[in-house]
Design a protein around this ligand. Sequence first.
Ligand code: SF4
Ligand code: SF4
Length: 445
Amino acid sequence: MLPRRHMEIVKAVREAGVVGAGGAGFPAHVKLEADAEYVLANGAECEPLLHKDAELTETYVDQVLRGMEFSMQATGADKAIFGIKAKRTRTVALLEEATKSKKIKIQLFGDYYPAGDEFVLVYECTGRLIPPGGIPLQVGTVVHNSETLYNIAEAVEGRSVTRKILTIAGEVATPMSMAVPVGITLREAIDIAGGPTTRDYSVFVGGLMMGKLVEDLSQPVTKTTGGLIVLPTSHRLVQRVLTPNKAMHRIGKSACDQCSYCTEFCPRYLLGYDVQPHKVMRTLGFTASGKHNWSKWADLCCACGLCTLYACPEDLFPKEACDQAIADRKDAGLERWLGPSTEVKAHPMEGGRHVPLKALMQKLGVTSYNVPAPWHDIDYEARKVTLPLSQHVGTPSEAVVRAGDKVRAGQLVADIPEGKLGARIHSSIEGTVTTVNGSVTIEKI
Ligand code: SF4
Ligand code: SF4
């Protein structure tokens, strides 16, 4: 049983609907219920062109650090480390000043991708390796992204999650970082940044490496939307993503020369996990019967995209072959391959094969978009918001409002089903509920 003070923090975070804001969407109160030795702040932000975590930390450093202290109290952790890239010099200086009298240490990372991968971050901060297929708690650590920590502090101070921090970058008039009401459309968010500066454009949501190309800009911003990057539709990256899977695999089957660069640069392989995309590429030429034994080398892939978008000299699609292999093995009911042993040992070249972000951006063809996206305090008057009942890991929330109900900003509109893993949802505007189906829509009418 948690001491009273700890329970109050967990309860406040649960009530406020805090989820992992870095993209994962895991309910934060569940992480805080655990006992841990370390609280780690993930401020490494390694997706090219996204700057929201550093901008938020710079603007609200005390609030982010308070979130860290609340997390330490809740989990009983007596150590805390803030992981951030050394290149964020202004943010680092502010953190150094603000942590002088605190138990929080700062760990500086080089400017490489994917420094923000949870497995990499835990290893860099503590020297510990999460067991294959495991979670940070198994090595005594709880990891929260900077924005999640900000939301934890807000929750303890009585404010629910109704805003999402975004970076809008690429072909927009004013690249910026800002907080917008959860539930506005992606199109509205882009328009706040001055709108697209090119006629035919495509939008990556959540990053160029691990995000998705989204066609429907009327989709809502959710609690896990990471950032929006607008690129001309003719951009090579957009065209690569638009390649049909069948074509990706057909090209791979004939052109892969098994050079194994995809494996040699794979960050999970370098940490010592048994991920070997070059072997998975071989399955493209196999019949269904031989396939699954070789597909297993995809099972510990974290979909970072480095093999497809950087490592492969032939511009093939090993990451997509891994995605396919994982799906096929799941369909076949095969057990997840965790490697030959639960003991993991980092590769001797782990520290020497990090991919510099600069080189990655060059390869992606986005260097010209690498400009600051400074924080803007915006006061956006949304007329309508759409709040999906599932914007977190776990069971969808259950609406507690009906069409016609009047709601205040911050009011609970959907709750966690009894006994399930989930997160509560609150209205981000004052208005009238107009529809309740898979989402709750609220309009100012
Ligand atoms: S890097 Fe490309 S060519 Fe080399 S093994 Fe991997 S997929 Fe094949
Ligand atoms: S996407 Fe490629 S580089 Fe990244 S973890 Fe998977 S196999 Fe490794």
